[in-house]
Design a protein around this ligand. Structure first.
Ligand code: HEC
Ligand code: HEC
Length: 172
């Protein structure tokens, strides 16, 4: 797996994810949780050429915070010659966004949950940050990643999403 050298950047942790996205492909994922609530991956945004200038500007701003939060470059998730393409890492990042940003609250009231809340500038999430959020809350979301793995197009994304689910299930 390609990894860009990580750097810690607490400033990147508090930047807000974008809320409004163009309608796109919604994947209804059924959960095997007791409540059996459907978990939906957030809609995929429209490809860049269909976004307005303002939307594109906004999404690029969010993208910079994602890259910083993970300590990677745009090319980690994108084919930078074709931003329309959905690469394996992009599928994983989209599931992270849908499940974690969509379902969890920041442990400190009033702060938005963002990628950097857990990643702190590194692809490997910070164990202390995960403890703060609460392992039981994270474990409860493992089935959503399994379901996302089942829906992913890239074999590499399927494998990574399954690994993430296993990682969450193993939290004590
Ligand atoms: C960790 C993975 C990741 C990184 C790093 C990343 N992106 Fe993205 N990018 C995504 C995902 C996933 C989407 C779809 C948005 C969503 O899931 O809501 C996206 C959407 C976009 C879009 C919207 C257009 C479209 O085709 O949907 C643009 C433009 C974009 N990214 C540019 C960038 C740029 C520029 C950088 C570097 C500053 C960057 N991205 C870094 C994952 C990433
Ligand atoms: C609630 C904590 C949390 C949040 C918030 C979070 N992640 Fe993660 N992330 C994790 C965990 C846990 C893993 C699994 C690590 C493992 O299996 O070793 C992970 C793994 C990943 C990976 C795979 C890393 C690899 O080794 O290739 C990517 C990519 C990723 N996250 C992107 C994102 C993006 C993009 C966001 C924001 C949209 C985000 N994450 C938000 C906890 C989080």
């Amino acid at each position: 797996m390609t990894r860009t050298p990580a750097h810690r950047s607490p400033a990147a942790t508090l930047l807000r994810p974008r809320a409004r996205l163009a309608p796109g492909l919604t994947l209804a994922l059924s959960l095997s949780l007791a409540a059996a609530l459907p978990v939906t991956l957030a809609p995929r945004p429209a490809p860049a050429h269909e976004l307005s200038k303002a939307e594109l500007k906004e999404i690029k701003k969010v993208m910079k915070t994602w890259a910083k939060a993970l300590g990677v470059k745009c090319g980690f998730c994108h084919n930078i010659r074709n931003f329309k393409e959905w690469t394996a890492h992009r599928e994983v990042a989209h599931a992270m966004k849908s499940v974690f940003l969509g379902k969890l609250k920041h442990p400190e009231a009033g702060k938005p949950m963002v990628c950097g809340t857990c990643h702190l500038g590194d692809l490997k999430p910070d164990p202390a940050a995960l403890s703060k959020i609460g392992h039981s809350k994270l474990k409860a979301l493992a089935p959503a990643f399994k379901a996302a793995a089942g829906k992913a197009k890239h074999a590499k994304a399927q494998a990574e999403l399954k690994e993430i689910a296993e990682h969450l299930e193993a939290l004590k």
